[in-house]
Design a protein around this ligand. Structure first.
Ligand SMILES: [Zn+2]
Length: 328
């Protein structure tokens, strides 16, 4: 929980008693505070995705009356935001990153970086051993491999339905490829389109699009990762063609997937990009946040940063101004 100006703010978590629940973006591991009829502080895009895809009828918390709260683009996916808080009593500025990405994604807005005294930072890639390639190189590799394989059969990608699938569609569109997508990906695409991200795709279920025609060709399909197991076999049986499979995920840098190809297309910052982000924000204190917060803090300490996990017991001591017995 973050405290400022007499308010408690939960950060991508369900925290009983929070005055304001901030949801940085619509990925499920960040939306536990979302419940029907609850007001959440989030972008309009995130609210629409939480309603339309997760089925939680949240309301949009209007923070315009709090001049001390600002939301900054996080570059991670449609509507992803950092929160910036100016605490009047301490005169301190705090930024919480949520999931963020330093490289420009073809399907989301570029990250906005501001200075702050305190930074609470996501810990998805906590160590220096994972290094992401330049995004354009990864995009180029995806297009080249897809075009080459498509000459010989069907190409099937597994990708996270929200965010990654849309980025992948945009990458393929740039090579003139119109992929066939699953219903869930189609549903997410519709919300992207409502917010100005136009994607060229065909839906692989009855009712929308001319998928029947498309499926007769050597098409490119995109499905959720968990559907990648049985589907190649079913497609080979149905169309009598070879099926080439691939995944597009940052975890391709860490794990071997049972697919024909794997592309490290990440929507996060790697460790060294995180260091660049911290340096650009310029905080005196860095709190690491999330599952790998301990490991991330330990690695940042080695580089000389004043850092600790946000959940450590000392957290409140540091975040509280004891003189006034108030947060900050
Ligand atoms: Zn995310």
């Amino acid at each position: 929980m973050l405290y400022a100006n007499g308010y408690s703010i939960s950060l991508d978590r369900r925290e009983p008693g929070a005055d304001i629940d901030f949801i940085s973006h619509a990925h499920t591991d960040h939306t536990s505070a979302a419940r029907n009829n609850k007001s959440v502080l989030a972008s309009r895009q995130t609210v629409d995705l939480v309603r339309g895809i997760h089925g939680k009828n949240v309301k949009h918390y209007d923070s315009s009356r709090h001049g001390w709260i600002s939301l900054l683009n996080a570059g991670h996916m449609l509507g992803s935001k950092q929160i910036r808080v100016d605490d009047y009593e301490s005169g301190k500025r705090i930024i919480y990153s949520g999931d963020y990405q330093m490289q420009q994604s073809i399907a989301s807005e570029r990250i906005e970086i501001d200075r702050a005294d305190t930074l609470i930072i996501d810990s998805t890639y906590p160590g220096p051993e994972v290094i992401f390639d330049d995004k354009e190189t990864v995009e180029d590799g995806i297009r080249k491999w897809t075009s080459a394989m498509q000459k010989h059969g069907i190409v099937l990608f597994g990708a996270y339905a929200m965010g990654k699938a849309q980025e992948l569609i945009a990458i393929l569109n740039a090579a003139g490829i119109t992929p066939v997508v699953s219903k869930k990906i189609n549903d997410v695409n519709s919300i992207y389109a409502e917010h100005g991200v136009k994607l060229d795709y065909v839906s692989a279920y009855k009712g929308i699009g001319d998928h029947e025609e498309e499926l007769k060709r050597n098409f490119v399909g995109i499905v959720e990762n968990h559907n990648l197991g049985a589907l190649p076999y079913l497609l080979t049986n149905a169309y009598g063609k070879r099926v080439f499979t691939a995944v597009a995920t940052g975890f391709a840098k860490e794990f071997q997937f049972p697919t024909d190809a794997q592309f490290p297309l990440s929507d996060h910052a790697d460790f060294w990009q995180a260091v660049d982000y911290i340096d650009a924000v310029g905080p005196g204190k860095v709190y690491t946040y999330g599952k790998s917060a301990g490991e991330f803090a330990a690695n940042l300490k080695k580089l000389g940063y004043d850092t600790q996990p946000f959940n450590a017991p000392k957290e409140r001591a540091v975040l509280y101004n004891y003189n006034q017995n108030k947060p900050f």
